[in-house]
Design a protein around this ligand. Structure first.
Ligand code: ADP
Ligand code: MG
Length: 348
């Protein structure tokens, strides 16, 4: 068989790490991104810079690839839907439509009989006034939010009244959970009844941005088992192909909730690169490209630190031991709250 070409929509750090994994598998990568400075262009075999609505550029991309996937869920649905008329897109476009919209996503999870925090749809100011019972709560834009962007904490009814919100967008208001722990389950699904689940990853956020991840997670076995079941139900229900991440909350009374679903490889899974025989990135490509599923083996316990904003500067000049793996995303500009790189430390 000739070399497979996988098209990747989005050229950030997740796209870069997918390209690196593709090299190991001898798969050719073509990244399409609307950012001229996209970091993944250093790692991909071919880079196409174009707007996600530019049909001519997209056609050029479509002609070069065998299968298409994406590094983040905020690619317009119309773009992946258009591509899917010519080439297979995995995971399939309908999944993206659900998961890129917080209200549809939470409705879907509840339809699977899986618990989320309480939430309501907010379309106008009067909806806020009618839902003061949810306070303390977080107001989130339904679309395009990440790393806490588009989120407003509402600690009191007073805060709710002071909110100055642009109602040309849709929102959801979510009850705040008194958090004991956050963790994620990363699963790669190859097809009906065929999937791999990584060990749960315990996550710590600072300013709503992931800061630390580690395995093993110190979480009760019963909760872990329920979380794995829920992740499998979600992936099966979506008929998902590839790597998916389900983010969980545990409250102070040990109740488990799904926070959100990422239909893609995930930041908390960076440690799988060094801690497993097959990383979440390699597994995603194996599933998307129809390659063989290899049995997962955890090699080491590990932790990962996200390097945010100007923290990257000191890490660039550090000396590392052979159990430390530093990755610099090569982003042109350092900005506060921007993920610039990460460090994984494995325990040998
Ligand atoms: P993003 O898409 O930006 O990752 P999330 O909904 O996952 O958005 O929120 C980011 C972080 O904010 C969560 O990981 C958690 O730490 C905190 N958070 C979000 N929603 C809630 C909630 N309902 N209760 C408690 N903490 C929350
Ligand atoms: Mg999140």
């Amino acid at each position: 068989m000739s070399q497979q070409s996988v098209g990747i929509l989005g050229g950030g750090q997740l796209g870069s790490l997918l390209c690196l994994a593709a090299k190991k598998l001898n798969i050719k990568t073509i990244v399409y991104c609307d950012d001229q400075d996209a970091p993944a262009q250093i790692y991909t075999d071919e880079f196409i810079f174009g707007n996600y609505k530019d049909k001519i550029k997209l056609q050029e991309f479509i002609d070069k690839v065998d299968v298409v996937t994406y590094e983040f869920e905020n690619i317009p649905f119309e773009t992946i839907d258009l591509i899917s008329q010519y080439k297979q897109v995995k995971p399939k476009p309908e999944i993206n439509k659900i998961v890129q919209h917080r209200l549809y996503e939470k409705d879907f999870i509840n339809k699977c009989n899986i618990r989320t925090t309480r939430y309501v749809s907010i379309k106008e100011k009067t909806d806020l006034n009618a839902n003061v019972k949810l306070v303390p709560a977080i107001l989130k834009t339904c679309k395009l939010g990440y790393d806490g962007k588009g989120q407003y904490r509402v600690n009191s009814v007073n805060d709710l009244e002071k909110l100055n919100i642009d109602f040309s967008q849709d929102y959801i208001l979510e009850k705040i959970i008194n958090l004991k722990k956050e963790f994620s389950i990363i699963l790669t699904r190859f097809g009906h009844a065929v999937h791999d689940i990584y060990d749960p990853i315990e996550n710590e956020h600072e300013n709503q941005i992931l800061k630390y991840s580690k395995i093993p997670a110190t979480i009760d076995e019963k909760i872990i088992s329920k979380a794995k079941d829920w992740a499998s139900i979600i992936a099966d229900d979506l008929d998902y192909i590839g790597t998916i991440c389900v983010e969980y909350f545990i409250d102070k009374n040990d109740n488990l909730y799904v926070n959100e679903i990422a239909p893609r490889v995930h930041n908390s899974g960076h440690l799988t690169i060094n801690a497993y025989n097959i990383s979440q990135f390699e597994n995603h490509l194996r599933a998307v490209c129809g390659l063989e599923k290899v049995e997962l083996k955890k090699l080491y316990n590990a932790k990962m630190i996200n390097l945010i904003g100007d923290e990257i500067v000191t890490y660039r000049s550090k000396k590392y031991s052979d159990n430390e793996f530093f990755f610099d995303y090569g982003k042109k500009e350092i900005k506060p709250n921007r993920k610039m790189g990460h460090l994984t430390i494995i325990q040998k």
